[in-house]
Each structure stands twice: as C-alpha cells, then as structure tokens.
Ligand binder design. Sequence first.
Ligand code: IVH
Length: 696
Amino acid sequence: MPDAIQAQMQALTERLHHLNYQYYQRDTSEVSDQEFDRLLAELGALEAAHPALAQPNSPTQRVGGTVTKQFATAPHRFPMLSLGNTYSEDDLREFDERVQKGLEGAPYRYVCELKFDGVAMSLAYQNGELHQGVTRGDGTRGDVVTANVRTIRTLPLHLRPAPGQPADFEVRGEIFLPLPVFAELNAEREQNGEALLANPRNAASGTLKLQDSAQVAARKLRFFAYSLLTPGRHFATHSEALGALASYGLPVSDTWRVCASLAEVLDFIHHWEKQRFTLPVATDGIVIKVDDLRQQDQLGLTAKSPRWAIAYKYPAEAARTQLREVQYNVGRTGAVTPVALLAPVALAGTIVKRATLHNANQIAALDLRLGDTVLVEKGGEIIPKITGVVLEARPADAVPIVYPTACPACGTPLVRPEGEAHFRCPNERGCPPQLKARLEHYVSRKALNIDGLGAETVGRLFDLGMVNTPADIYDLPARRAELVTLERLGEKSIDNLIAGIEASKQVPFPRVLFGLGIRYVGETVAQKLAQHYRDIDALAAATAEEMAAVPEVGGVIAVAAAAWLQEPQNRELLERLRQAGVQLALTGEAPVLASDRLAGLTFVLSGVFAEHSRDELQHIIVSNGGKITGSISKKLSYLVAGENMGPAKREKATGFKVPIISEADLMALLPAPGETAADTDAPEPPATGAQGELFG
Ligand code: IVH
C-alpha cells in the first residue's frame, strides 16, 4: 500500500517541520524531546524501508550523514555583490549625498542592519522547499554545500506557506558560529593540544567546507537571512521583504530598523557600537540599505557593489596599556607560548589583563620591551592581541625581551622543530607543567572523567609528589592514610575520589586512548583507532603507515601515535594501567571474524545504517580485506546504501553500473559465524554490467 505509506510519511514530515518551526522560530515546544525523537525515528525507519519515497528535504536530513569528497560548483542566478566599506561617518554623509542626488530629491528611507561576521550564503527555495545552498565563491559561481546547510537547525527545509510567497526565490544571508559554540570549540581544541581557531568567521567557513555533514551538524551553525531575491518584483521595499522572510519561517535577526534620515542611521550606529557585544553572534559593523526597491534600481550598481548600500565598519576595539611582564607557559605537549601580562584595561566589554604574543617571531617583529606602552586589539579575534608599541612613550629603562633558550619550568634547552613557530621543551618525562597538564587531561570530563579528582586536586597531588603519571592514580586507594593527612581533603572527599578512580576502570577504551594525551590524538582520532584495532596490543603492533590508512588518521598523527607507543616508558605505563584494570580493549564481540572475503573489493558507504554504525561497517569491511573509498567510479565494487542515501549517489552508481547493496547484503558476503577465516575464499568480483540492486 505505497499510497498509505506515502501519506503517513507526508503527515510525519509536516508534523516534524511544524515542530521544528515552533521550536526554533517561536521558542515553544508542543511535544517533549523524546516524542520529537520518536517521530523522527519513525520517519527515518519508513524512509529506510521505502527509499524511493524519501524526500531530499526530509527532517531526517538534519543529522547529516552525506559525505562529499569534492564540492560541485554552481552559477549564481543573481551575482553575489560585495559592499562598499567605510570606517568614517564623513564617508556616510557623502554616501547619503550621493543617494539624495541619485534620487533627484525624492524622499527616501534606509534600512539599517547589523553586519554579521560569518560566511555569505545563497539559498534557493523552489515551491517552498530548500533546493540548494551555494557559497559566495567568486561572486558569479560558488560551491554547492546543500547537505551541510541542511544541518542548520534554525533553517527551514520547508517553508511556511504564506499569501504572495514567490514560487521561486533566493535568500541571501550569513552563516555563522554562535560565540558560545565557538568558545566551546576552542576550549576543546586547547585541551587536545590542537591549534586554536582564530575567530568565529574562520570557524564557520571551515565548518561549512567539512566533507562529512554529520560533523557539520555537530558544530551548531546558525543562519540569519538579510535579503530576498526574485526574478520579478514581489515587494515594494526591502523592509517588506525582510518581514516576508520572517513570515516564511526564515531566521531574520530582529535588530534591523527603518531609518528616516542619516541622523537616525547614526543613532543606530552609536546604539550598537557597544550593545553588539551582548549578542551571541560576532558583528563587525552596520549595513545601510535604501529601503525602496525601485529606488535601489534607480541608483544601480558600480562594477562590484550597489550604489544603494554601504557598510559602516566599527573600528577594531583597541586600547593602550602597559606591558608589565612576559610569562612563558609550557603546555601539555611542551609547546612554549609567550603571554603578555598587562596593566588591566577595559576593551570590547571585558577587562583585559593578558594578551597572546603567539611566538618568538612576533615579539621580535614588534621589538617589544618590558615597560612599553602597547596597543591591544580585540577585532574579529576573541583573544586580545598586541598590535603595536607606542614608541614615543617608551621609558628609557625599558628592558628588551630576551626569549628564553631553556625551559622556564625545567631548564631543559628548548628546541624549535623545523617548520614550527613554537619553541618546545623536549623533556616530556620530567618537565613538571607537561606532566601536570597530562594528568589534568587524563582525569578530564572527556577522558577518564574521574569524579572527585578534578584538575586542581590532581595538580596538588602532583605538587606533593604523590602522583606523577596516570598509573599512579590507581595506587591512591591504597594510600588512604597519606591522603587523610592532606589539608582540605576530608574523609568524604577521599571516599569520592576513591569511588571515582574505581569507576574510571569502566570508561571505554576510546576515551582511555584519548586520555593518554598522545599528540594529535583527539577524541575522534582515538575513536577511529580504537574501533579499528580494538585493543592496545594490536594498536601498538601497527606501523605508522598502517595507522595512516585508517580513515581520519593522517600521516602526521600516525607517526606521532606510533612513536609514542614504541617508547619503553609508555609501554610500562600501559602495562601498569592494564594491571590496574583500566579498559585497554573494546569490550563485546568483535563485529565480525576477520577474513579475506572482501579482498580486492572496494566499497562506498552512504546514508545511515540500522544495524551497525558507519565506523563498525568500515571496520568490518577493512578487517575482511576490503577497501573503503569516498567516491563512486566505475571501478567501485559496491555501493552500500543505508537510510537517507541521496538520489545523486544512486543515480551515479546506476550510471556506472555499480551494484547497490544493503547493509544486510554486505553481511551476507562475510563468513557465517562459526565459519573460520581460513576456510573462506574471496568471492568473484561482481561481473561488470551487473544492473541495479543485487540481492533483490
Ligand atoms: S547585504 C549587495 N546585509 O557582508 C549587498 N550583507 O560585502 C549584499 N553581511 O560577505 C550584502 N551582514 O555576507 C548584507 N545584514 C547584512 C550583512 C551582510 C553581513 C556580509 C555579506 C558579505 C559582506 C558584504
């Protein structure tokens, strides 16, 4: 009864679109989160059972899952122009005079909007459905990032019908990473010893170009619409179009205002100069647009920007203050970072006392001296930086900064590996801040998450010489008598600490691997390595080359991980952790016996799978001799299709006559349980010319 099923899917889709709109545009929720998830799962299951009925804009697309190796490009129907920029109010007066002249004395009004600092996006809607998302590119052609854009929760995939809604239009707006999300992302990267993202704009643009839309979904991008374009004229004014966008369910920031004069525009600018720091989105100025669309046409365009609009940019917030001291911090990986300690100064809504100095090169480039008066800026960057020295204010006794040649913590001569900007302390095993930071990392929430043993306590125990490496933590329960003598550590805290240590022995292997603090091995890489090798012995036996073949594990990571695992002291650490009962293997049955059944075959996985995670399937394929690739070509052996596989993949595979199989079909290729790897033979590669779907 496909009709009945189609109707059921349609009803679920509409209900979910409605609930999404209520939740993200109206801030209300008619059902519990569980009920929402249940409806979503129900639709997902129906789509899996009836892939032909699955819609590209289904609410199930929010979670991502589509992997794009290389983004296609598409032309812009209306060119994506840029705006004339200015930092001066005098320029705005001149702009206003040009507008006045161009309109020959007719009355006019402006719309002022905030200028959001993200990535410009062009969205095509057709018959109420999100059809395509394209980046600005060179203004005439951009990258098609539709699958990634679909994961933005506040963006309607399906519009609310409204009277007069054009059947075919484009929405222009800004994709951005909310500031709290950006801060969280950087905190995580710092913990993992990864390079920090300079500003939310770079973070948003990097996120938008991720190949795996499931990762994009996890990053929580947002969108604000700021213009609506149609082939014909549907609205008289820009303000009307903004109102229409909001009424269709598109997110429009409600900060825009109609201004009847330049004086009102300047008021708007002054109001937001400080107020903008209270918003959860980075802004760098104001955009001023002539409201009447016919007047916009009358004013026309210059070569690359409209004459009817201009951007006023706020000056980067800067302050003058005194450089008191330079501190050199040694991180978990031994990297030395200079930090400027400043006389406290108010800047962009906060009091600044410290600024990053990045590295030795920057100190030299600024010719910085202690006692100097410096300029501190907080532009798009969230972490303040020193941008210059006020030489006229340099005291006669200003002390030149001599970059240390030895580790400020342990005295070991610093090294600067070729191609790296940072000096590093190579004394991994003896340098106190490195050891301490590694312990803090080991007990942290995303690693072993040891309740009752926070960063502060573990730091104290380290300072007291009671704990030096993660393995020492597991000796603490037997040293209760010593613990009770410590100040500020009562019986109850000790009970907690011991219970937390005990519980950490149940933390799964991937998080333990992450907790070891191997350079470059963040959460995702730890997960991939653990899933691939399943236990620490298999991992330790692998060469860097082998590890580099695991998806998401690049060459640099693999070399670092292999070197770490070879070190005798690390082997000893692992042995002690094993004896303590820490999980150094994935528990549960390995998904499938290894065999060479899939030798010589290549697979593409697409969509979401019901029985196994994508990682498990990758593991199954690889451990049975098969290879995973990202793109469909005529050489591909099989396309394994899960739920929500896009129609384009299906079409491409069919075009190349690549067989499309299900998860169950894949499992059927493998040795049956009980059959040993030795008595299996690789199957014949699929006959070329095989049509459509194998196995029914
Ligand atoms: S209007 C032809 N409005 O600023 C005018 N742009 O060069 C098209 N931007 O990267 C742009 N907020 O993405 C407009 N409220 C706003 C904006 C805005 C941010 C960005 C835009 C583009 C740049 C303009």
